[in-house]
Design a protein around this ligand. Structure first.
Ligand code: NAD
Length: 306
């Protein structure tokens, strides 16, 4: 298609690009003109071991099709080395897809510190380290695009995934703030909660469902969000998979305003519970000051006290 979005001249870093979603992103960007860093540690889905073949296979696949790619085998915990690979091979980085991930599913009762620590290390620290290393480059060149990867488990909770849920929701707050800090430098950050067939999901989903959830069906949203065609979305959350793209946002009930004197007791809160939790006239807050603004308006806070 002649009007297909392309990425000529862009350097894209995809973490965890040795398989699943990451591989699909890497192939997509390389096919559309980008130079791609294919990062993958090559361990198990539980985060054990490492193997350079994971990244090498994808780099070979890209090169065979005439694309430009280099491999990087570092864990995302050492994000600075991944960004260094991009700069050494291609001179810069323009687009960072924080995608690498692992699972350590176990009930909270049986969870060990190691299960918690490894999940937060790979997902939170890994995304942080890659973004942190790319940030000064993005600022200097006044161009940067970041996709962070959350999960429905983080947005809504999921049995046996307290560690993963916590780490994945962290990606939302991280993205929302990166979006605010990056805006004036033309750095655009968004976060996705994907659903796709991969080694992460192949043991828990039936084959028919897996066939309907190809990683390729997630890629176009990511491709759009990091492209110059995206003029509206920064700091936004999306659920995507099986051809469905949907935006999520925070919703707050219009709430109950209680007097701040001796009458503000637990029973007083209970008496206004229906009002406090009524979503009939919802609000859609976009920043911490929105709440203080409400108090100001209601005269529970002196005007301009913020
Ligand atoms: P996957 O296991 O196929 O791919 C993850 C890749 O990350 C693997 O190739 C793995 O080797 C690599 N990786 C793991 N730890 C790494 C590290 N420390 N450094 C570098 N690379 C590392 O899984 P996937 O389904 O493609 O998952 C991609 C992302 O999407 C993950 O962040 C996952 O949590 C998220 N996600 C996936 C789904 C889904 O339905 N597949 C749902 C929600 C979120």
């Amino acid at each position: 298609m002649g009007n297909e979005i392309r990425y000529d001249g862009k350097v894209v870093v995809v973490t965890g690009a040795g398989g699943g979603l990451g591989r699909a992103y890497a192939l997509y960007f390389a096919e559309r003109g980008a130079s791609v860093v294919v990062n993958d540690l090559g361990g198990s889905f539980k985060g054990e071991g490492n193997d350079t073949r994971a990244a090498d296979v994808v780099v070979e696949e890209i090169k065979k099709k005439g694309g430009k790619a280099v491999a990087n085998y570092d864990s995302v915990e050492y994000g600075e080395k991944i960004i260094e690979t991009a700069v050494k091979a291609f001179g810069s980085v323009h687009i960072l897809i924080n995608n690498a991930g692992i699972l350590r599913d176990i009930s909270f009762k049986n969870m060990k510190d190691a299960d918690w620590d490894l999940i937060t290390k790979v997902h939170i620290e890994g995304s942080y380290k890659c973004a942190k290393a790319a940030w000064p480059i993005f600022r200097k060149q006044k161009y940067g695009r970041i996709i962070n990867t959350a999960s429905a488990a983080g947005l809504f909770g999921s049995f046996g995934q307290t560690n993963y849920s916590a780490a994945k929701l962290a990606m939302v707050g991280f993205t929302e703030t990166l979006a605010k800090e990056g805006a004036k430098y033309n750095i655009v950050s968004n976060v996705i909660a994907p659903i796709a067939a991969s080694r992460m999901t192949e043991t828990v989903m039936p084959p028919e469902l897996l066939a309907a959830l190809k990683p390729d069906f997630v890629v176009p949203l990511v491709g759009y969000l990091v492209s110059d065609a995206n003029k509206t979305e920064n700091g936004a959350i999306f659920e995507v998979g099986g051809g469905h793209v949907a935006k999520l946002r925070w919703e707050r009930s219009s709430g109950a305003l209680l007097k701040c004197d001796d009458s503000l007791t637990a029973s007083a809160v209970l008496a206004r519970w229906a009002e406090a939790t009524d979503f009939k006239n919802p609000q859609y807050p976009e920043g911490p000051n929105d709440f203080l603004g409400l108090l100001e308006q209601a005269k529970n806070l002196p005007r301009n006290a913020q």
